[in-house]
Ligand binder design. Sequence first.
Ligand code: URA
Length: 209
Amino acid sequence: MGKVFVFDHPLIQHKLTYIRDKSTGTKEFRELVDEISTLMAFEITRELPLQEIDVETPVQVAKSNVLAGKKLGIVPILRAGIGMVDGVLKLIPAAKVGHIGLYRDPETLQPVEYYFKMPSDVSERELIVVDPMLATGGSAIEAVNSLKKRGATKIKFMCIIAAPEGVEALQKAHPDVDIYIAALDEKLNEKGYIVPGLGDAGDRLFGTK
Ligand code: URA
């Protein structure tokens, strides 16, 4: 079963409060999502492998660590996932970025892929799929399906707010995918919104409503 990690660092929790607030405007909302994404990226990269090298200080040669050059990829689910990309790239600027576009079929209510563009070596990369909200889990499950179909094997899912329903569905569909969240909320309402949540993350990021 995929593990769930809640990043409850005080800075993340503080910023989360302000993105929940309905009076927070687009500019500030976008900045806060960016900052939260950077802070989450700091936590999610904790296990990155290191290699020891020699470095010449002004005093003597020292043994010191650098990142071992693991190949990473960030995969935003369009469109709200885009709001998290720059924040993650601030800490891992060499990561490649792939995009997945999904829409919900109005009849079947199932997510349908309309866009998929990944780095050519996607199967060799450790991927972090990002989407601010994990609601029913439908999009996250389909995004991971799409990546696995193209050969990806090492996938993490990172979101800001999750509903228990979405966490359970993603864990069940993809037990190999660990889930990283800033807050686990109460439930989904009848319209599929996370409660208490923050409303529609895409609309709030892009000022569409
Ligand atoms: N997507 C959102 O943007 N908000 C929700 O509450 C649920 C899904």
